[in-house]
Ligand binder design. Sequence first.
Ligand code: ATP
Ligand code: MG
Length: 756
Amino acid sequence: MSYLDKLNPTQRSAVECTEGPLMIIAGAGSGKTRVITYRIAHLINKGVDPFNILALTFTNKAAREMRERISAIVGPDARNIWMGTFHSIFARILRVEADKLGYPSNFTIYDTDDSKSLLRAIIKEQQLDDKLYNVNFVLNRISSAKNNLISVAEYKKNETIQADDFSSGRGKMGELYEIYAQRCYKAGAMDFDDLLFKTNILLKQYPDVLNKYQHKFKYIMVDEYQDTNFSQYIIVKKLAAVNRNICVVGDDAQSIYAFRGANIENILNFEKDYPELNVFKLEQNYRSTQNIVNIANSIIKNNTNQLEKNVFSENETGEKIKVIRAFSDNEEGKIVAESILQERTIKNLDYHGFAILYRTNAQSRSLEEALRKLNVPYKIYGGMSFYQRKEIKDLIAYFRLTVNPNDEEALKRVINYPVRGIGKTSLDKIIVLADEKNLPLWEIVSNIHLYVSGRGVENIMNFATMIRSFQALAKNNTAYDVAEHIAKQSGILRDLHADKSIEGLSRYENIQELLNGIKEFSEREDIEDRSISQFLMDVALLTGDEKSEEEEKNTVSLMTIHSSKGLEFPHVYIVGLEENLFPSQMSLNSRQDLEEERRLFYVATTRAEKKLTLTYATSRFKFGTLNNSEPSRFLDEIDPKFLDLDFNPAKQQKESSLSVDFGDERKGFTEFASKPKITAKVKTTQLLAKAHIPTEGFAPSDTSDLQVGMEVEHERFGFGKVINLEGKKPDIKATIFFKELGQKQLLLKFAKLRIV
Ligand code: ATP
Ligand code: MG
């Protein structure tokens, strides 16, 4: 069967429409990524050189998977496609063209920690109030300027921006931006935003360079187009200007990065930029069951700002969406872990078919704990990764310094680690000198005898000599040889080895693991450049979705919803559906932000193929204290007919949070919530039976004249008889004996009763 037969007619037309601009804005799971994948394979089959194809994805994982699928159709040629994230592709180009911008080709990529550390230093040096000039705020402001292609000069003369900064008492923002940019430049470093910002500068200032890449990239494809920012939009627009063979796919309902500058206008602009545009519409979802597609539709309907779409599924109806209430975050973790174990056993599945999605990284703790207790293997994506551990960052800082000695952040990190008698005062002196003379720190450090005399000088000279020896070694050796040598000679291995605590041991093992990874890298046959410099570039651009083959096969995936974009899993658990968590507290002030949260919920639900479970806890630890939480408004918005329990959980919670004594019922739910093991299968069904399905058109009666002995029907508890009434209006409590649940006391003004 040809690959073209694996497409529906519209998908196939989009794949075969290889020339000219093309846009597909379509719902989740409708095959947008599949179209891009097959379209690339089709181009190669038609004779297009893979070197002439540029495909931009949102994560490394997406690029990797796409490449694998393409290579299954076209063979090893797939290796040569220019495919990857915006950041990795343009870092690669910048490496070649760096000299034009005055950068070394081995420039360092500063991660967010480096950027913050540098900014913190600058704020301090400028003697600014670090509360007003909060480092996150300042970095965001600079980032947003860069993503909107606003240079330092433009920033400082833009009246709106200036007025904004002055009115908030932050008149020095422009200066901070300027100093930060200069310091990065002096250190031969670019931050993440620079990778796009500098690419734009390159393409603008060097028409010949632009021309070269315009002719190189004859066919351009962009996945997840709804989440591109202005800087990315302009790069793509420029590169596509000559051949105009550009294909973008996306879904406005899945735009979830506006907070980071993604601009949905890019979709609207696209139509203006390419009047000859071919637009394809995909409506059939191939990923999920009908129930899942239906609830996703019912969620997104609540947003006013949507392009009209009619997404449907012809897959099986599937199980209803399960909503589970837990009494605490720990219990929630336990429920999810036990449910995974149970589903896996009953249905004989692999762990890799399960994913747990959450709104914030902090939520992973209780889930991890529960999974560990049950020995369920898992892997966290995008969170605190291996490469963010201190010992790993330390060793990598040595590599960075070897490759680019001007790297200020790396130098500050390791000049006195392991301890070699270079104190903070000496370092401060070096920083001041470097600033006065407008030289990189390394210039001072490596010529320290010219500037300073006295005690610590010799230590600094020894350090410089050591780094120089590393540099000499790096010239002609593979990454592994260099890395192993540095790990030993720098003293890091010795330092960690001396620490016999459990943590020390684990840090030592981590370093060994890093070295093993570098060994593997040095032995790869599919790449030409196996230098330590290339290794660093790869590491800097990791997107937190890397997995070994073993992990790939047999682990449950844990990740934030943001990182789950584009992915799919047979079984998905979305946890923490609570007000102020999801939707997040920060989103509650504006309709736009709330709509972005809702799109996030839409993204989360549409990751599920077969079964979707939603959970929430009625109390949760936050900053060390236990807080009560209310179910998310999003639960209220779902059409209840797609839910597992035939009552609205949000409503249930609201009722029970009043001062009514729910006695047994509460206990019943705790049991249900905490024991969904094999035995709980029975429990659940029993409870569902108990969760009374009210008579059609259930309407509560006026109970002001309720009498002992009357028969009533409760919205959820079913039929019962009033056995006692006590208290005064409006606080009358009724004791009712329910057929299914036994005796209960209810506050009449809240109880939904129908007199039968
Ligand atoms: P998202 O919006 O989440 O990124 P998408 O539109 O990119 O989704 P894909 O990931 O390409 O959708 O496709 C969803 C699933 O449906 C995949 O498993 C894909 O292989 C499958 N699929 C897509 N089109 C078809 C088809 N014509 N026949 C069978 N399966 C298909
Ligand atoms: Mg996709």
